[in-house]
Unconditional design. Structure first.
Length: 357
């Protein structure tokens, strides 16, 4: 017998022949096989969290690949001019990603082998080498759209600068309005950063909800509290990894925006904008991405917790919890502002204006 636990069971007794009324009783019955059920539930939850870590990695790779393709428009346009077909350009970009994926997989396998040995764990080299195909699959999935975009670059891109197109709107010379407008110019990139943060925040909200609100109801037995203690370290480690990757992803989004708009920031300085105002402009963009991702993630986490519980008794507590994790996610995203703000302060205004001319 793989473990047993006493579980409450509702029993309804009909009316008796001698006038006894109908009764509804709750008795503690012994449920067999609880250990196996708990183990399977824990394994599924942990697997889901680690899959989400890989999804965040894929978002980061996709964002970096799209930025690389955009900065290489001139190179790709020249290749189109000298006769490279769309398939050749697609294969070039995707092949570069695959090469990096193989290197990353080898490094990951080495880290896994070393870490397992340091912790006294038994890990075969066959399992370590699974990091290589995993890295290839993730990179291939994340790089398909950027590679397709590279294949669509026209020959004129070699001599035509990249410009943003769109309908003209009323321009409000305010930091908040300008920051939001800049995010809309790179909406897909901003959404990728927000999605990465949303995944981390949703996982954090769900995990904290299970720990604080649903102890004893995780798998429907009195051993639920034991399960929460057993999986807490591994699950929180996965969530922390997701949040760290999300912060790096948001920082990468903001840094790429700053790098591509270096001439714009130089023009703002030349027209009287202070370093504080420019830093505030970048901060508005980072806070907007952070709030978008953390609010969506907290909402998804609360909805998932309610779905798992099957009851709305803890709705108010879950809403408060969702608000707290949303604020925490936005605060963590604020750490991503350090790198882009520092990068723009190091820009040479005179050189950038001369190059722009």
């Amino acid at each position: 017998m793989l473990g047993a636990s006493r579980s409450p069971q509702a029993i309804s007794l009909p009316e008796g022949e001698l006038g006894r009324p109908a009764l509804s009783l709750t008795e503690l019955w012994t449920k067999k096989g609880v250990a196996a059920v708990i183990t399977e539930a824990v394994d599924r939850k942990s697997l889901l969290l680690f899959v989400l870590v890989l999804v965040v990695c894929a978002l980061f790779i996709g964002n970096a690949s799209a930025a690389a393709v955009r900065t290489r428009r001139t190179e790709l346009g020249i290749l189109a001019c000298v006769g490279w077909s769309r398939r050749a350009r697609f294969t070039l970009v995707l092949g570069e990603l695959m090469l990096l994926a193989v290197v990353a997989g080898l490094v990951g396998a080495g880290i896994a082998w070393t870490t397992a040995g340091a912790l006294g764990l038994t890990l075969s080299w066959q399992h370590c080498l699974l990091a290589i195909p995993a890295a290839i699959v993730i990179s291939a999935g994340a790089g398909l759209i950027p590679a397709w975009s590279a294949s669509r670059v026209v020959p004129m891109a070699a001599v035509r600068p990249a410009v943003a197109t769109g309908r003209r709107t009323s321009l409000r010379f305010r930091v908040v309005g300008l920051g939001l407008a800049n995010l809309r110019r790179r909406s897909s990139r901003s959404l990728l950063g927000g999605a990465a943060l949303a995944l981390g925040t949703s996982a954090l909200t769900l995990l904290v909800a299970i720990t604080t609100q649903f102890e004893g109801r995780l798998v429907g037995t009195l051993l639920g509290d034991v399960v929460s203690v057993q999986v807490r370290e591994a699950d929180y480690a996965a969530v922390i990894a997701m949040l760290v990757l999300a912060v790096i992803c948001v920082a990468d989004v903001l840094y790429l925006n700053v790098r591509e708009r270096a001439a714009e920031f130089a023009t703002l300085r030349a027209t009287g904008w202070t370093e504080t105002s420019i830093a505030a402009l970048i901060a508005v963009e980072g806070v907007a991405v952070g709030l978008l991702g953390s609010l969506v993630g907290a909402g998804v986490g609360v909805a998932a917790a309610l779905g798992l519980s099957g009851s709305a008794d803890s709705l108010n507590a879950l809403l408060v919890l969702g608000g707290v994790t949303a604020v925490a996610g936005a605060a963590v995203a604020a750490l991503a502002l350090v790198a882009p703000i520092t990068a723009q302060r190091r820009q040479n205004t005179v050189r950038l204006l001369a190059e722009d001319d």
